[in-house]
Every structure is written in C-alpha cells, then in structure tokens.
Ligand binder design. Sequence first.
Ligand code: HEM
Length: 408
Amino acid sequence: MNHGQFYKADALVAAVHRDAGGIFAGFRAAHAYGRIYAGTFVATPVAKTLSRAAHFQGTRVPVTTRLSGASGDPTKEPSNVVAMATKFYLPDGTVTDLIGITLPVFFARTPEEFLAFTDAHTADPATGEPDVAKLKAFAAAHPNGGRFLLLMQKQPAVVSFAQVSYRPLHAYRFVNAAGVGRWARYHWEPEAGVASQPVEELAKQPRDYLYDEFERRLHRGPVVFRLELELAQEGDPVDDPSAIWPNGRERVVVGRLELLRPITEVENGDPEMMHDPTAVTDGIEVSPDDQIIAARRGAYLVSLAQRTGGWQRRGELATAPPILTATTVSKEWTCLRFISTRLPLRRPSSSSPRSSTSDRAARRSLATAPTSSSRCITAALLTRTSRKGRAASGSASITTGPIAAAWS
Ligand code: HEM
C-alpha cells in the first residue's frame, strides 16, 4: 500500500543523516557533493511513438545534469556508487527530472525496509564499520536486500563519470498520443563505453578527481549518453525498484544527451536545485503502487528544507534586497565563506560598466583559489554580471548570455 509522499519522511531523512555520519549543514542529506553541467537532449524518432511527453517529440531541449557521489558527507570521495540527476527544461516552461544511479537495483521495496537497511548498514560508532551480524539478519529477512548487498560487494569503482551506466531503477508508464501505455525502466548508456577499476585504485585519488577528469573531457567535446527504455513484459514488477527484471528485455533508444559545459545553480537561476523522481510530465506516469518513489518526494522536500533553512529562510530572502540572493548560492562550493570574505555584497552600480574593486579582487583570487572555490567565485561574479545586465535591460531572467549561447 502506498502511504503518500510524506509517510515517514522525517525518519527517512534522519536515517540518511545517521548513515552519512552526521548532518552537514547546507548540503543534501544524500549525494551531498556534486557538480552541475549544461547540455541538450534530443529524442529519437521512435520516442514519440512510445510517449507524448514534450521532450520525446524530437525537439532539442536544454538540460542540466548534476553528477555526484553517493555519500551524505561532502568530504568523502566518490567510490563505486555515483549518480546523475538530469533536469529537462520543457518548452512550456516546466521541468521534468530523471535521477539515475550506478546501483544495479535498490535495496528496499518500502520505507520500512529502507529504515531496516539503514539501521543495519549504519557504522557502529565504536568500530567505524557496519555490524556484520545486523547486515546478515537484514539479508535473511529481505531477500532482495540480501542480493543487493552481494552485488555491491562485487561492484567496481568507476573510472569516469562519462563511462558508466546510470539507472533510474523505478518503472514508469509511457503513454503515447493515442493513449497507449507501456511500462519501462530507463537506462543512460555512455557513448564512450563502460569502464571500471578496483575501488582501492579510485580511493587513491582526491575527492574532485572524477569531476576534473569529466571537465577535461568536456574541453575536448561533448560527453554523450544514450537514453534507453527497457520495456516490461507481462508480470514484471513495476512497483518495486528492489526487484530485478529477467535478462533480455527489449531495449529501445529514445534519445541522446550531450553534456557541454559546467554551469552553476546560480547561473541556471535555480540555487536550491532539487531533483524529484515524481516530477514527470504528461505522457510519463509514476507507478501508484511504488512505495519508494512516493516516499522519495517527501524525503527530498524535507532535505531541501533542512539544507536551505526551510520556509522561514525563504521569507527572509523574499524581503531582502535582490543582490542578497547571491548568498543562496549552493554552499557546495563553500560559497558562503568566499562570498562573505572576498565579495562584499554591495549593490553594483548599473550605470558603471567598470568592475568594482571587489569584483577585481575576486577575479584576482580566481587565479590562486582551489577549483571548488574558483567555481564559487565565478558563480558569484556571474550573478553580479547578470544582475547588472538585468538592471540595465529590465529583463526578468537571471540566466543571460552564457547559458543561452551554450544551448542555442
Ligand atoms: C526511500 C528511498 C530514498 C530516500 C529516503 C532517499 C533520500 C534522499 C535524500 C534525502 C536526498 C537529498 C535530496 C535533496 O536534498 O535534494 C537524496 C538525493 C538523491 N537520491 Fe535518494 N533516496 C531514496 C531513494 C533513491 C533511489 C531509489 C535512487 C536511485 C535512483 C536515489 C538517488 C538519489 C540521487 C541521485 C540523489 C541526488 C539528487 C541530486 O543530485 O540533486 N535515491 N536521496
């Protein structure tokens, strides 16, 4: 039975924090550290025969993709589980999200199973390791969860965010213009091919290694993924992301994603950037009996409220002078520290085309700052630039030249 989106939402997020080893203020409870990239998606001709969704009709649509490691601890390096959360910007001004991960299957069918798993999986503070006896008991009581644990023991680490398959895991119903529906699971398949390495090898690299490697690829050209639908057969469970479907199900290529360049949440005009697996669009439906997908929306909203300060903070922001919204820049790149120490937030003079002293200081610090901080400063500068542009042009959009150019 589906209990609705806020069922056990608080408990689920608390369990995710415990599993991560604590609350890391300002960060997502899970997949805390990540970077965002802009690109485009074009559906193949067959896509519209399966779904009437706007981005399945063949028109090129802008996308952003957030690549992340799995941990809720932002200081941890990615390992054998990484993720790719994509937002499609649809022609009617709405968005639809698709969240993929490198898990072969999920470890739970219900919120209760999720809580039992995280309880068993959370490290014992005394040893720093999960309690093996608890994990064995969980596996014995939950066969799908047990199989997940076995699969994960064997799963190697990635060599690149561009060379791994991402799976959204849930089944969705794709409905075409004639009203005909088919259940299917998504897969993102890398054009560069799949490659892996031992977990111990990746562990030798610094936390940002995979992101920097990805960005070096982007300098050479777009990073491309195929979007495939694995079509369900009669009897395949469509309400259980912990159930594996039999091998050999028909796969249909429905689109091509090209990632082009890094972008920031601020440049994109979406400082909080939540991805929601239930944010589908007309022509794609969520399974009403999938208890995990239902619970995810509530848990993600709780995490969003925690990391942004909730509605109380939103009220504060609404009454603040517009330039202060730069402080809502993602804290992922330690932006608040940099903005407060290097970029005094004074309202820029829209009449002066010259850089302010603080802008020039920030640009100088770009040369020496570590990557994460440079990205932060770039974000802040872009915000200031686009706000100056907005003041001058009267445009309501925060995303001015660069993003439009990349997407045109
Ligand atoms: C009941 C089950 C689950 C719970 C409680 C849960 C919890 C969370 C939470 C609290 C966040 C942070 C959200 C935010 O602050 O924006 C998150 C993010 C995420 N979760 Fe889950 N999750 C669940 C299932 C899944 C599944 C099945 C997948 C696999 C597709 C998944 C993949 C992700 C990814 C990729 C992100 C990062 C999204 C981003 O980059 O914005 N989660 N999860």
